[in-house]
Design a protein around this ligand. Sequence first.
Ligand SMILES: [Fe+2]
Length: 334
Amino acid sequence: MSQIQTSTILIVDDKPLNCQTLAALLHGQGYQLAFALNGFEALTQAAMLMPDLILLDVMMPGMSGFEVCQHLRANPLLAEVPIILITSLDDQKSRLEGLEAGADDFIPKPFNIIELQARVRTITRLNRYRSLREERQKLIQAYEETLTGWARALELKDNETMGHSQRVTELTVELGRIMKISEDELVHIRRGALLHDIGKMGVPDYILRKTSALNDAERVIIEQHPTYAYQMLSPIEYLHPALDIPYCHHEHWDGQGYPRGLKHEQIPLAARIFAVVDVWDALSVDRPYRTAWSTEKIISYIQSLAGTQFDPQVVVAFLEALPRLDKTLGLLYE
Ligand SMILES: [Fe+2]
């Protein structure tokens, strides 16, 4: 009901009495009503108000309802606004002309009150629903773009290769899909993979950019980055289900990882999958201090860590999936 109450209806008719009649019929239904007495005024009002529905008279001096319709449909911002033509013309030709001009529906004069109210109610409700869905879609897209921005910001700060976050994200999601993880779950895994090292934002640049071996004190600091990620992301409600990878991607199957020394299935599956993919990617690209390893060398290295650093079943799944990941790998590393 609250959605209907916020719907705005623009009534366009050159005769003030007709506007008043329509207003009286729609009174008390929870709409906000606006009025225009000619076509030009209608176009201005529509652009200003972005109404949920336009009730448009056809026979108006200057610009007819058909012309108003065509102008509205040509305006990208108003092209989708529902338009009901109000007309005493009920012949086939006029109806066709109205449809060609872009009208959605017709209401003949004289009005049937019940029919008018029902049609207006239906069309405003549908339009509200569509608008809400579009808003929700835009919001989700804005969330995802923000996360990508954070990942890019980290790549600028970190000594990591450009594109690492994007590649490990695509591979983790693809492997997860092959391992039959649900699409709902994969949404969170994608976010977590993208933000896996976001905790490095809290690590001083001189440590991140150091090319020689880290000393013990520096190692202690860098090993804080999963905890920093937890602190950074956990107050953000929609990222709660995405925390597994940023918080647990350095845990080892044998319990020798950090920050909490989790072991076996204590480590969330998403983080166990990601850990293998992360090492695969790191060794697959050239670094300032070494060239990329061959596929065979990476495979035997990953196999050698099954049961210590990596979940052995995930290693098996990853190696089995490699031929199927071929296309993704080709695109990512071309
Ligand atoms: Fe990390």
